[in-house]
Design a protein around this ligand. Structure first.
Ligand code: NAD
Length: 275
């Protein structure tokens, strides 16, 4: 699981652990692993281990949390060496890999293309598209060795409709959907399934840390706004997305591949009554 220390990723880690899975989850910094462990109180145990070889985030790289069923590894998904360490941890500690959730993501509040800095485009593409591509590249041999497995990518409804101010974000997520289809075909003969989820608006740091809230942010108002944005009249919770990810990851969806599920309360299928 990438981007597992916050929002949808953290809800998914919790859901998987509740189902009895052993989980290795990564996020950018060791501090995030500590924060997760601290938030879990007594259930969160911290263990520190030095990485054998150096590299990004070297030093303390592993914090075991959630009573030992899940392990946090600091890693940047845009850095192949760092990501390799995450997969090596899964193999070393839990004996192999059955599921990969490519969830780490940035962006969404960048504003119009003409005023978006090139560096923001590059970073958005690197985290949101190169990250899952690297994840798939590294996971395939491990999943093949287990006789198959499941990969779930977190895309977005921004991949499906033209949302103003999301030129980089929307394009990166549309790329994730195509990557999902191609990888599904490439993995099929080895029983490696690849699917995606497309959440609508979910109140997580990716939204409330967005530059559009620089001048002030009222979570209740945003929550209300999100609740009114789609036919189902409540806001989407990280747990709603986690449930869809869990289903796609599980054997319950064993004949489903190359698909995406919109977890958006009907946002993308509503007929606009102005017409
Ligand atoms: P979030 O900010 O709570 O979580 C994203 C996590 O990814 C963070 O913990 C962040 O540190 C991590 N991350 C960022 N760059 C990384 C990198 N280079 N390497 C490793 N980790 C990195 O936001 P979230 O809403 O939980 O987002 C999870 C996924 O859901 C993202 O892919 C996002 O694009 C997608 N999504 C979110 C929404 C929404 O409304 N919240 C809607 C559609 C899709």
């Amino acid at each position: 699981m990438t981007g597992g220390a916050s929002g949808i990723g953290l809800a998914t880690v919790r859901r998987f652990v509740a189902e009895g899975a052993n989980v290795v989850f990564c996020d950018l910094s060791p501090e995030q692993g500590r924060e997760v462990a601290a938030a879990l109180g007594d259930a969160g145990k911290l263990h520190h281990r030095r990485r054998a070889e150096g590299g990004p985030n070297d030093g303390v790289t592993i914090a075991a949390t959630l009573g030992g069923r899940s392990i946090f590894v600091a890693a940047d998904v845009t850095d192949q060496t760092s990501l390799e360490h995450v997969f090596a941890t899964a193999t070393e500690v839990f004996g192999g890999l059955d599921i990969l959730v490519n969830n780490a993501g940035v962006g969404g509040g960048e504003g119009p293309i003409e005023s978006t800095p090139r560096s923001l485009f590059d970073r958005t593409m690197a985290v949101n598209l190169l990250g899952p591509w690297l994840g798939i590249k590294l996971a395939f041999p491990l999943l093949r060795a287990r006789g198959g497995g499941s990969i779930v990518n977190t895309a977005s409804v921004s991949a499906l409709v033209g949302m103003p101010g999301q030129g980089a974000y929307g394009a990166s997520k549309a790329g994730v959907l195509q990557l999902t289809r191609v990888a599904a075909i490439e993995g099929a003969s080895d029983f490696i399934r690849v699917n995606a989820v497309c959440p609508g608006g979910v109140l997580t740091p990716i939204i409330y840390d967005s530059p559009i809230f620089e001048s002030g942010f009222d979570p209740a108002l945003v929550d209300q706004g999100l609740a009114g944005a789609q036919p189902l009249p409540r806001a989407c919770k990280p747990e709603d997305v986690a449930d869809a990810i869990l289903w796609l990851a599980s054997d319950e969806s064993s004949f489903v591949t190359g698909q995406s599920i919109n977890v958006d309360g009907g946002l993308t299928i509503e007929f606009d009554s102005r017409y």
